[in-house]
Ligand binder design. Structure first.
Ligand code: FAD
Length: 452
């Protein structure tokens, strides 16, 4: 009886809602799609993280009219919104890797030693200097760029990408290009254009909102002893694994941690899951700071939060599917390829889940071109790779390197009027060599100090 009443009530409220809606005038729904402007360029790079910077500088240096767009208000991607993360594999064995890496270093060094400190392979950077140094490098290379612009769709003719639609404050803008390089990290352009993509949803790496703390003069690992164990019941969102690292030449500590690892699997290409991960993480970093103040020892008791990243750092999401998919085996064996366009060094690192030494391995050109769709290349963390293959070599220096190659190929595609997949790889290799890239690297084991 009670149940019948409930159902009848529910039906009425639905009917009520319908009546309310039916009173609205029957006007056609209009979605305003005013295209404010059309921009034409030879090469368009979408996403201005390490890969996008490499691609934009690579393409511009190769002589192409190049346009770079970025969703945030600054360039640098995870390197810039990470509040202090070191840029790994920028100079493995302290040796220059190529033109784009060195141009950024030169621009950072122009700001003095507050901006950058070099180590065995990494640049320890202060992110505010980094943001300015990237602009200096892009200006010198002659790239045009826009920040606060998000690519929201791809323009295609047949199977070819001919441009992207960006969302701006004046509405939607079309950017038409001969070749597009997808450096969005999440293979957005490939996905919008209908190219096949890869994503192992069940095993995505953790996403992490990084944070900076200050007011800690001296810190040693023992100050953190017991913090997680003792604070967990009061602060349930705190992660199990944390790493405190001194920010380059300053008095802050930057904290990398296992983020969402124990809170679920979050696919950031799903807007609901992306929002959930971001919002959980905002509370998580606050709980971490409170935990250190209440349960830490030494100076940690006085720590103060300086800030957290602009957004959660994404270790892994959607990637393109190319005719070659880089795998765990390639990383462990140190594979080499005839169509090499870059190499990846560092660790096989699945964010606080698995860390293992790997060999330096090469990236074939086939892994940066999507199947089925022409006029498009990818670089950085969205190249064609398996879940473990993606984790191996996601260090920023490697992302710069695939970006550099993709930029050169895009410029060549525009100049020769050939699709990226029709180019002669030898020409791309030759151009990379001229830019100081040694492609005869791959297969070597790495010493722990060089790779960490
Ligand atoms: C928590 C964490 C810790 C890490 N630690 C290290 C470390 O210590 N050292 C290291 O070298 N590497 C580290 N990495 C890995 C490294 O940061 C990434 O692999 C690297 O930044 C990937 O570069 P990318 O350019 O491919 O992508 P991203 O850095 O993600 O950059 C992508 C850019 O594209 C923009 N974008 C995305 N979608 C759009 C769109 N539709 N339109 C316009 N712009 C768009 C984004 O705003 C972003 O700026 C870490 C990563 C994470 C998440």
């Amino acid at each position: 009886m009670k149940r019948r009443k409930f159902i009848a009530g529910a039906g009425l409220s639905i009917l009520g809602m319908n009546r309310l809606f039916s009173q609205e005038p029957a006007a056609p729904e209009i979605i305003t799609k005013k295209r404010a402007q059309i921009i034409n360029t030879k090469v368009l790079v979408a996403g201005g993280g390490p890969a996008g910077i490499g691609a934009a500088i690579g393409a511009a240096k190769a002589g192409a009219d190049t346009f770079l767009i970025e969703n945030q208000g600054f360039f640098g991607g995870t390197a810039a919104f990470s509040v202090g993360m070191c840029m790994n594999q920028m100079r493995p064995n302290e040796k220059p890797r190529g033109f784009v890496h060195e141009l950024l270093l030169q621009k950072l060094q122009n700001y003095g030693n507050q901006a950058v400190r070099l180590s065995t392979h990494q640049f320890f950077v202060n992110v505010e200097y980094l943001k300015a140094a990237v602009l200096d490098a892009l200006d010198e290379a002659g790239c045009k760029y826009l920040v606060h612009t998000k690519a929201v769709d791809a323009i295609t003719r047949g199977n070819k990408v001919t441009g992207v639609i960006i969302s701006t404050k004046s509405g939607l803008v079309e950017i038409r290009a001969d070749a597009v390089v997808d450096c969005t990290g999440d293979a957005d352009i490939a996905f919008f254009s209908g190219a096949p993509t890869l994503k192992e949803e069940g095993s995505l790496s953790a996403q992490t909102l990084l944070l900076d703390i200050s007011n800690v003069q001296n810190y040693s690992n023992k100050d953190m002893a017991g913090v997680v164990k003792n604070a967990k019941s009061k602060y349930p969102l705190i992660p199990d694994s944390w790493m405190l690292i001194k920010v380059s030449n300053c008095h802050h500590y930057y904290i990398n941690h296992s983020g969402t690892r124990d809170l679920g699997t979050f696919d950031v290409t799903d807007p609901f899951k992306f929002s959930k991960a971001e919002c959980l993480s905002r509370r998580q970093v606050f709980q971490m700071t409170e935990s250190m103040r209440e349960f830490g020892s030494g100076d940690l008791k006085n720590c103060e939060i300086v800030g957290a990243s602009t957004q959660i750092g994404i270790r892994e999401s959607r990637r393109i599917e190319g005719s070659y998919i880089l795998s765990e085996d390639d990383a462990l064996k140190g594979s080499r390829f005839d169509d090499v366009i870059a190499w990846r060094s560092g660790w096989l690192d699945i964010g606080f889940k698995r860390t293992e030494q790997m060999r330096i391995h090469q990236v074939p050109y086939r892994a940066i071109i999507p199947l089925k769709i022409d006029g498009l290349l990818a670089a950085g963390r969205c190249i064609s790779a398996s879940h473990v293959g993606a984790a191996a070599g996601k260090s920023m220096g490697n992302c710069f390197a695939t970006g550099h190659a993709a930029g050169i190929a895009a410029a060549m595609s525009s100049r020769t009027r050939k699709m990226p997949r029709e180019l002669n790889v030898k020409d791309i290799q030759e151009a990379l060599k001229k830019d100081g890239v040694d492609l005869n690297v791959g297969g070597e084991t790495q010493s722990p100090t060089m790779s960490m």
